[in-house]
Write a protein that binds this ligand. Structure first.
Ligand code: GLA
Length: 670
């Protein structure tokens, strides 16, 4: 098999879906395939939950139905994104090996009957899963319709953290490799506190529930371990596939609002192509902004290479407290946001709406109502739009701004004991990103160890845990002439969750020119007023400027008279610090000032649609493509010239994008 990493290759932007033919009879399959062709579907994910069909009894394999559906799709010219089928263990396997079932933090088991009921460290699960993968890969590994391998499904969606005895043993093994000796572990976890010192590795367990708060160092390492365990599972399936197939291999990530189980920065190198599942989360204040953030983060994980939107929804999902339908045109805007931000595939969960099972009220490309539905017509129109944007595939997104994102900082910020439980990491990230979005700026979301040289502005919101070398590379980049905005609670602890003493902000302190003495979070509902007239919430700090210039002070609250916003000349650059959570319009004003000073511009000039207009440029070899997505109720004016690819009209200079519309302008490169 090939030594070079296979690439996902497709003509144009792929348009597709998850398909669960197991739920339907062969007559329905034929109708499905006919309608898929009508909608323009050319990539279908199958066999995601296939195990109990493929191996109904231990070691007895039945591949007839899967082979049949693959041939039917192939004959229709539809390519296959082939699941390994291991996402959910069949009942017989769990009966034979009940220790496969995951254990919750309170020591109780979770049972068969839902999905993903397996412990990531279970040797029995692993060997049974790999036996199935071998059978699947051997049969279909060189099938001409095979476009992509889809390992398991959303690894860690429900079982990211397991506290069973198998996990205990695997955690100890992982810790021995990390620390080498128990003294190093005791030092890292600060076990001198509360008489927690360990003498033997065998004394250590996964952090099951305690009567008090748990050891934060142990919790943090458990999160790292748990991410690594699932990555190890991915690798083991991929290794088996690789001995039978040259097709690219991936799994669908969950870069979507609340899911925090896996440190995807450490997963990226193992994927032949990055794929993501994204669902609008209506529990958030602005789900559309979060969608754009998630797409930019996916591109970041992909190192600015094109990536695949493996799942999103046509309309409502079934798993939020109130599952909102999408408005007319919203599904198209959502899909094109992903494409604008680097996706080379637009796929949905799922093709045909189920009539049974937990997800029967989840929207689908083909709804319960059938083809006589506005959502079906919009799906078909979207298929045409995606087809008309074929030449965009393979191009790269341009950005002058980076936002630093870290799972380790997320995990450490949200540990059980913290200055304010109202402080959430993702909220801080979304607030900063939302202000940049409101300015129409394109943002690359990058890892703390990123190379910042291609950017004009770097924003690091709430980067609570930071490794010294990563903080240094950011401040060195500022020193060389960059502009950074760092926000409160950043640089508070090192990689072991140990506080940088001597003034909060630790490794950022000198570059920021601020001495932070004490955190002063405020009660819910408290509004803090700043000397500039801006308002803020959540947090303040008792600090003094050492070398920084004070841009705003608190005029009330527990940090009255202390600086709220500062800027510091650091070498040839500028380091800004924000020690509170500004309200959205004031945050946007601050970022307008900071980005203006850094010389950052939106992809094209615009007027109207403020705060609800997305402007992103993807650059190819002969052309670049400007995406304009207008979420506002009114038309917006943009300044860009070229062929508008959705309407087929030539546009020039200043022209209007109607309310709710998506436009893509092809510009000639000089
Ligand atoms: C995830 C899963 C799918 C389905 C959808 C529903 O993305 O991968 O199998 O459950 O959620 O939103």
């Amino acid at each position: 098999m090939s030594a070079v990493q296979p690439r996902f290759q497709h003509t144009g932007i792929a348009f597709g879906c998850d398909y669960n033919p197991e739920q339907w009879s062969p007559e329905v399959w034929d109708e499905d395939i006919r309608l898929m062709s009508e909608a323009g579907v050319d990539l279908v994910a199958i066999n995601i939950f296939g195990w109990s069909h493929l191996e109904p009894r231990a070691g007895e394999f039945e591949f007839g139905a899967l082979a049949d559906i693959i041939e039917r799709l192939h004959r229709a010219g539809i390519r296959i994104n082939l699941g390994t089928g291991t996402a959910s263990a069949p009942a017989w396997l769990v009966r034979r090996h009940p220790e496969i079932l995951p254990m919750a933090e309170d020591g109780t088991r979770r049972y068969q009957g839902g999905r993903q009921a397996w412990c990531p460290s279970s040797p029995e699960f692993r060997s049974a899963a790999l036996r199935l993968v071998r059978e699947v890969a051997e049969r279909f590994g060189d099938h001409p319709a095979l476009a992509l391998w889809h390992v398991s499904n959303e690894l860690g969606c429900h079982n990211a953290l397991c506290f069973c005895p198998n996990s205990d043993a695997a955690f100890r093994y992982w810790l021995r490799r990390r620390y080498g000796n128990i003294g190093a572990l005791n030092a890292a976890w600060g076990t001198a506190f509360w008489s927690q010192t360990y003498q033997e590795w065998s004394e250590i367990d996964t952090p099951r529930l305690t009567v008090s708060t748990r050891n934060p160092g142990q919790m943090l390492d458990f999160r790292r371990f748990s991410s690594d365990e699932l990555l190890a599972h991915y690798r083991s399936e991929a290794e088996v596939i690789r001995s039978y197939s040259d097709a690219p291999i991936t799994t669908n990530f969950m870069l979507t609002s609340h899911i925090d189980g896996l440190d995807y920065w450490s997963w990226a190198d193992d994927m032949d192509v990055i794929a993501n599942d994204h669902y609008l989360d209506h529990r958030l204040s602005d789900p559309t902004v979060e969608l754009a953030f998630a797409a930019d983060l996916t591109r970041g994980i992909s190192g600015n290479e094109p990536w695949l939107l493996m799942e999103h929804s046509v309309g409502a999902v079934n798993w939020q407290p109130i599952n909102l339908a999408k408005a007319a045109g919203q599904m198209t805007r959502n899909s094109l946001t992903h494409v604008a931000r680097g996706a080379d595939a637009v796929c949905f969960f799922q093709w045909r709406a189920s009539v049974q099972g937990s997800e029967k009220y989840h929207s689908a490309m083909l709804p319960h109502a059938g083809t006589n539905a506005a959502s079906w017509r919009e799906v078909c129109e979207l298929g045409e739009i995606v087809g008309s944007l074929s030449e965009v595939a393979g191009t790269r997104v341009e950005s002058e701004v980076a936002l630093v994102f870290s799972w380790e900082a997320w995990w450490a910020t949200e540990e059980e004991s913290r200055p304010s439980h109202a402080l959430g990491y993702l909220d801080q990230v979304h607030a900063a990103y939302g202000a940049l979005y409101a300015l129409g700026l394109t943002v690359d979301v990058v890892a703390p160890d990123a190379d910042f040289t291609r950017y004009k502005l770097v924003v690091a919101p709430g980067l609570h845990l930071v490794r010294e070398q990563h903080a240094r590379s950011l401040t060195d980049w500022v020193f060389a002439g960059g502009t950074a905005l760092i926000t409160f609670y950043s640089g508070t602890v090192d990689e072991d969750d140990r506080v940088w003493a001597g003034g909060y902000g630790g490794p950022f302190r000198e570059a920021l020119g601020v001495h932070v003495e004490e955190f002063a979070p405020v009660a819910a509902g408290t509004v803090l007023r700043l000397s500039t007239g801006a308002t803020a919430r959540l947090w303040s700090e008792r600090s003094t400027a050492t070398t920084a210039r004070v841009e705003a002070t608190f005029i009330d609250g527990p940090a009255r008279d202390a600086p709220a916003i500062t800027s510091n000349a650091w070498g040839a650059g500028q380091a800004w610090y924000l020690s509170t959570l500004l309200d959205h319009s004031d945050y946007t004003d601050l970022l307008a000032t900071v980005s203006g000073a850094a010389g950052v511009h939106s992809a094209v000039p615009f007027r109207g649609g403020e705060g609800q207009l997305e402007l992103v440029r993807r650059r190819g070899e002969a052309h670049s493509y400007v995406f304009i997505i207008n979420h506002a109720d009114a038309a917006a004016t943009v300044e860009v010239s070229g062929l508008e690819m959705i309407t087929g009209v030539n546009v020039q200079n200043q022209w209007q994008v109607p309310a709710g519309a998506v436009r893509v302008v092809r510009e000639a490169l000089a």
